[in-house]
Design a protein around this ligand. Structure first.
Ligand SMILES: [Zn+2]
Length: 290
């Protein structure tokens, strides 16, 4: 998981949702349950896919390369659920499948955050497994939780990390060499995001394994080189880490988190300044005709 820049809200979106927002508010004022009927957000999936480089905002797996993907509502639009005990939460994963059974959260709010159904800042692209199998209508918040009221909800702090949020997931998630993940420094945001979106699910840990093993190997190589006096710009370990953490690599957010946790205060920006394409020297004189 990593931070992305939220796409700008198009005027066409504002025009399209105006009537729906007015209808929801009117229903609420009449004391009726607001009914969300038009999935207008799906028309704007490309904007979120472009901003997230086609990847799920939670697990980083490629979405549009192999499936339709969902425009996910960060705060659930139609209901909110929560876990009442460990047995209800745990569920059972099926080996070699994305299937999860026996996970049964209880309903907390019947109407959910209906006022955020057509809010551009409440969207992100997510894969079907994070969105439908794991997160569903879960939305952990710092106590006390909202009571279905837009005014009270303003003061709520969600405990989920958001790929368009202000908290860097690398400061809340700690990855192991085997692909496992745990909260960094007992972060509540890390813990709740892992348990809600299934970031520790077996198949995902397995999928991350190649990237995490490679990243930790490159960290070890870097430490050896730097101890031997090799300059950072000549370090093969650092060059490998840059390759593993670039946007086209399988799990760039995971690798950038490992760089931070193992080699901090080194930052991704510093590594990108050293090895990014933008600084590859080009000798223009050689391109001039003789
Ligand atoms: Zn996902």
């Amino acid at each position: 998981m990593m931070l992305h820049k939220r796409p700008a809200r198009p005027d066409a979106f504002v025009t399209k949702v105006a009537a729906e927002i007015a209808a929801l508010r009117a229903a609420h004022e009449r004391g009726e349950e607001p009914k969300i009927t038009k999935a207008i957000w799906q028309d704007f999936k490309a904007a979120f896919s472009a901003a997230q480089h086609g990847r799920c905002g939670y697990c980083e797996l490629p979405v549009v390369a192999g499936q339709h993907g969902d425009v996910e509502h960060f705060a659930p639009k139609a209901a909110v659920t929560e876990f009442v005990n460990w047995e209800a939460e745990r569920g059972r994963e099926t080996a070699d499948l994305a299937k999860l059974t026996g996970r049964s959260p209880s309903k907390r709010l019947p109407a959910g955050y209906w006022w955020l159904a057509y809010d551009w800042t409440n969207y992100l692209l997510a894969c079907a497994v994070c969105n439908s199998v794991w997160k569903g209508n879960l939305y952990p918040v710092k106590q006390p939780p909202v009571r279905g009221n837009p005014d009270e909800a303003q003061h709520e702090t969600p405990l989920l990390l958001n790929p368009f949020g202000r908290r860097d997931p690398a400061r809340h998630l700690r990855f192991g060499i085997d692909g496992s993940v745990e909260p960094l420094d007992q972060s509540d945001f890390g813990r709740e995001t892992i348990r809600t979106c299934g970031l520790g699910r077996l198949a995902l840990v397995q999928e991350r394994n190649f990237s995490t093993t490679s990243a930790f190997g490159a960290v070890q190589q870097t430490r050896k080189e730097l101890a031997a006096g090799v300059l950072p710009e000549d370090s093969e370990g650092l060059a490998d880490l840059h390759r593993l953490g670039r946007l086209g690599a399988p799990f760039p957010g995971v690798v950038r988190a490992i760089i931070r946790q193992e080699l901090g205060p080194l930052t991704w920006q510093q590594l990108d300044d050293l090895f990014g394409e933008a600084v590859v020297p080009v000798d223009l004189r050689r391109r001039q005709p003789a």
